[in-house]
Design a protein around this ligand. Structure first.
Ligand code: COI
Length: 358
């Protein structure tokens, strides 16, 4: 459903009870504390209207709300950063806008116009700019999401939607290099399915296999292809990269792989640095052969929440394969540092990834 909307002023109702004092800039975790305000706008009668910023808080909804039953729920993850001068920047927000509409199309939901997405986002982040931390490794995690809001329990695309944005100061997603288990039973995504979009159900279905892996001492799963369980796809909620013999390799985009914005940024920087890059299928056999002959130099996941999560160990069919120590990894350390420097304004933003707020 492609929608148009005349740009309208956002009504702002400021909180009378600011909670910013609760934020300890030196003890920031991930996803537990939410900033003072949130944005929302409603889609009804084929139009987005009544955009508002209100104090963060519970949302009233009917128990028959369609999203609760049939999963018309999609989201984005993005981040805002503060540089040494106190200026606030979003990282590649227009790409998140494009992607939420790709998700919306696939889930038969209303798409959101770019101007409305950006107006809500920038006004909200500007209002809560004190919540954007500037300590090392921290940022403001931003969660835009759209849900079907019809009060109806027949199965059909909702006619009404609400688009929300909430924000939360974020520290590290993983506190250590991750141990991952190659999953050869459960699947995350299939050809023709919804693995390439940020549909909430993709995450729900991943939790049980991830829980089983965690009970065995792993942090996350490496998902494999649904047909043969031989080709590596994603790592937990992240895109997956390996470096074999100085070549950076990541599975190609398609129905089963999310077009990660961090993934794209990593590929872009690697190409800038004239590194050999391959977007192609990669089998577990190839990775284990490389491990055996000493050419598996690096492996890591990429995502907005974690940025770069280095993989310390890979479990497969009852054996654990320990990767080279993370301190000595050339590519993942370099790219993590460069992304950090770009986001904090310490090096030139040659790709125009940073979008100033306010
Ligand atoms: C992200 O990296 O933004 C993700 O989507 C992970 C998230 C579900 C916490």
């Amino acid at each position: 459903m492609v929608t148009t909307t005349a740009i309208q002023p956002i009504k702002v109702h400021k909180s009378a009870n600011l909670r910013i004092k609760e934020l300890d800039y030196n003890k920031i975790t991930f996803g537990k504390l939410f900033s003072d305000h949130m944005f929302y706008v409603d889609f009804k009668d084929n139009q987005w209207s009544d955009a508002q910023i209100i104090p963060y808080g519970p949302i009233p909804m009917s128990p028959a709300t369609s999203a609760l039953h049939y999963g018309q729920a999609i989201f984005e993850g993005m981040k805002a950063y503060k540089n040494d001068k106190g200026e606030v920047f979003l990282f590649r927000p227009l790409d998140n806008h494009k992607r939420i509409n790709i998700s919306a199309e696939r889930m038969a939901m209303a798409t959101i116009p770019q101007e409305l997405f950006m107006a809500g986002l920038t006004e909200l982040v500007n209002l809560d700019r004190d919540w954007v931390p500037d300590t090392d490794g921290s940022s403001l995690y931003i969660r835009p999401f759209i849900v079907g809001t019809d009060e109806f329990i027949g199965v059909k695309p909702s006619e009404n939607y609400r688009f929300y944005i909430i924000t939360s100061p974020a520290g590290k997603y993983y506190n250590e290099p991750v141990k991952v288990l190659v999953e050869t039973n459960y699947i995350r995504a299939v050809e023709g399915g919804v693995g390439y979009v940020k549909a909430s159900g993709n995450y729900g279905r991943s939790l049980f296999p991830a829980k089983l892996a965690q009970q065995r001492g792993y942090h996350q799963i490496i998902w494999t292809d649904a047909r043969n369980h031989r080709y590596l796809e994603e790592s937990g909620t992240m895109n997956l990269f390996v470096v074999i013999d100085d070549v950076l390799i990541t599975p190609p985009l398609g129905d089963t792989i999310l077009a990660g914005i961090t993934r794209d940024s990593v590929l872009t920087l690697a190409r800038d640095w004239k590194m050999k890059v391959q977007e192609r299928k990669i089998s577990i056999d190839e990775v284990l052969d490389a491990h055996k002959n000493g050419t598996l130099e690096d492996a890591f996941g990429t995502g907005t929440a974690a940025t770069i999560a280095q993989i310390a160990q890979i479990g497969f069919e009852g054996k654990d394969y320990v990767l080279p120590p993370v301190e000595g990894r050339i590519f993942s350390n370099r790219v993590a540092k460069e992304l950090d420097n770009i986001r904090k304004g310490k090096v030139a933003d040659v790709h125009n990834w940073m979008y100033k707020v306010g």
